[in-house]
Design a protein around this ligand. Structure first.
Ligand code: FEO
Length: 183
């Protein structure tokens, strides 16, 4: 009896996405290491925490594939890209990384819709919301550096950003969760 509830197309896409989340975790670890080596310990702490979130995302995909009776294939993770050249470059790379991930998840949402695989479609809605949060978080980082002067940000402005990020929450608050009474 076949107990696999995923089409091969969706299984492959979900498996590839699992590898992408692992890759994202490695990218955040590499940027965090770069930040630590530059003396930005707050930024490094923030990025290390985020690397852990990406690993949790990887596990979510892995568990879902198994739950649906399909087989997981653990693939090689590509090497992270080159180190950023500045704090602004680092935050821009984080933003681009998240946009790429959102697009990748949207493609699988579309596939699940086309196949009428509503279990997978429903599972992916968590990631759709998570990606909005991650993009907001990355945009907030870019805003901070812009206000501080971008590439021309002074040492003391970068020091403040670094100190703030050490305490930054892991999750961004989304517009849809804000109310007039609780902005
Ligand atoms: Fe797993 Fe940053 O998205």
């Amino acid at each position: 009896m076949n107990t696999n509830r995923l089409s091969e197309t969706l299984r492959t896409s979900l498996n590839d996405q699992m590898t992408k989340e692992a890759h994202a975790s490695q990218i955040y670890i590499s940027y965090a290491s770069w930040a630590a080596s530059e003396g930005y310990d707050g930024i490094a702490n923030f990025l290390f925490r985020h690397a852990q979130e990406e690993r949790n995302h990887m596990i979510k995909f892995l568990e879902y594939i198994i739950e649906r009776g399909a087989k997981v294939k653990v693939d090689a993770i590509p090497a992270p890209p080159a180190d950023p050249v500045s704090v602004q470059d680092c935050f821009e790379k984080v933003f681009e990384q998240e946009i790429g991930n959102t697009e990748s998840i949207y493609k699988i949402v579309k596939q699940s819709f086309d196949e009428a695989d509503w279990a997978t479609w429903h599972f992916l809605q968590w990631f759709v919301k998570e990606q909005t949060e991650e993009e907001t978080l990355a945009l907030n980082l870019l805003d901070k550096i812009k206000v501080a002067g971008g590439e021309k940000a002074s040492g003391s402005a970068l020091y403040s950003i670094d100190r703030d990020l050490a305490q930054e929450p892991d999750e961004a608050k989304l517009a849809e969760e804000k109310t007039a009474m609780n902005p």
